[in-house]
Design a protein around this ligand. Structure first.
Ligand code: GLY
Length: 262
């Protein structure tokens, strides 16, 4: 029997209204709605067969619900980020007590910055997006940490968006498909040579936030409101769960940003 997938999430609290990434022209974040949307996320993760671990809300840490940026869990190894934004750096210490105790821990150290939202795994390679949040020194430290596990690191430019995973995610092989991973990509990334062995779903520009979606086996969690992308994922044979995440999107967050997978 396959073990349940462990997922760590942290509910938002009042300070989310001060989260990074909000634009002056958009409505303020509705905290009550964000809490409801987060509860639906938890339900969606459970429906996808995950064991959901709820971390306590982190008062005074506006972006702390975006846990994915902070921790990356591999077999035997937990990797902790060094966020570029000073307002997010304390989130690392907040997450550390919840790491599975059996894992060795490696933390990215200054002057490097690396947020896991900039790290895409395809096969045995981690592609590190060079963004405003993650630098080459961070990628080098990641390479040193994962080389003993037989994993490689390559660099990728991030032409726009907050993180690499804002516009590029792998869903893994499709159910009943061949072994090639299905990736969901903004047009900016769709022609990359590294995707030559993948099935590429190109997200139409008007559905850009839909690229930030999360596969859990045969189920893909997709932000609600992007039917063209959802339909393409469904046509590949995945089960699609559409989740309303409008309040997190106001702070540049999507499904992947809210989840640390164990
Ligand atoms: N609002 C998420 C971030 O900017 O890190």
């Amino acid at each position: 029997m396959t073990a349940m997938r462990q997922v760590f999430i942290r509910p938002p609290e009042e300070s989310l209204q001060d989260a990074l990434g909000q634009q002056p022209h958009q409505a303020p974040i509705d905290i009550a709605l964000a809490r409801s949307q987060h509860r639906l996320l938890a339900a969606g993760l459970a429906a996808a067969g995950c064991a959901v671990h709820q971390l306590p809300a982190a008062a005074g840490h506006p972006d702390a619900c975006f846990v994915q940026d902070i921790a990356l869990l591999l077999p035997g190894l937990a990797l902790l980020a060094r966020p570029a934004e000073p307002s997010r750096q304390a989130e690392v210490a907040l997450f550390r007590p919840f790491l599975p105790p059996e894992l060795a821990v490696t933390a990215i150290e200054a002057p490097a910055t690396l947020e896991w939202g900039d790290v895409l795994r395809l096969g045995d390679t981690f592609y590190v997006g060079l963004s405003a949040r993650s630098n080459e020194a961070g990628a080098s430290q990641l390479a040193a940490a994962v080389q003993p596990l037989g994993l490689a690191v390559e660099l990728l430019p991030v032409p726009r968006g907050l993180h690499l995973l804002s516009g590029l995610n792998s869903l893994g092989p499709a159910p009943a498909g061949d072994d090639r991973p299905v990736v969901v990509a903004w047009p900016d990334y769709a022609g990359l040579p590294l995707l030559a062995g993948c099935h590429v779903i190109v997200v139409p520009p008007e559905e850009a936030p839909a690229a930030n979606c999360l596969a859990l086996g045969d189920t893909v969690l997709v932000p609600a409101g992007y039917p063209r992308t959802a339909a393409q994922i469904w046509q590949r044979g995945f089960r699609v769960l559409s989740l309303p995440l409008s309040e997190f999107a106001k702070a540049d967050g999507g499904v992947t940003c809210l989840c640390v997978l164990g």
